[in-house]
Design a binder for this molecule. Structure first.
Ligand code: HEC
Length: 103
């Protein structure tokens, strides 16, 4: 199970995400995972910098930055995403998904 959060200013834009309508600079989008037993899972987040590029962040399930996360891999997948580096709400079912994706 995964919940997506954004900064309040970008929530509307994320909901209406479509190609050619990028999120504003400074946007934050996070995917908060929950394990099947209800415990907290990892949090994967993306922050859009002043240069318009996304920075990727990953925590482990205890909420600490995950030193083993391969952030280069995040970028590789998300550069292929349909809208501004994002897959968007259409792809996030809210049900148990295949996330975290296996390369
Ligand atoms: C194998 C491809 C792949 C990799 C690697 C990957 N992602 Fe994703 N990501 C996806 C897909 C597909 C979705 C759409 C949601 C889903 O499938 O649950 C997604 C959704 C997201 C979302 C929700 C926002 C959106 O609409 O795109 C965030 C935030 C996110 N990923 C962050 C990360 C971070 C941080 C990493 C690296 C630690 C990462 N992702 C690695 C494919 C990938």
């Amino acid at each position: 199970m995964v919940r997506i959060h954004t900064n309040p200013e970008s929530a509307e834009a994320y909901r209406g995400l479509s190609p050619g309508r990028p999120l504003a600079l400074g946007s934050v989008v996070s995917a908060v995972h929950q394990q099947p037993n209800g415990d907290a899972g990892p949090v994967l987040a993306m922050v859009k910098g002043a240069d318009g590029r996304w920075t990727y962040v990953a925590t482990d399930s205890s909420g600490y930055l995950d030193p083993d996360a391969d952030l280069g891999l995040c970028a590789r997948c998300h550069e292929e995403a349909p809208c501004d580096g994002l897959f968007g709400p259409r792809f996030v079912t809210g049900e148990e998904s295949s996330f975290p994706p296996t390369p």
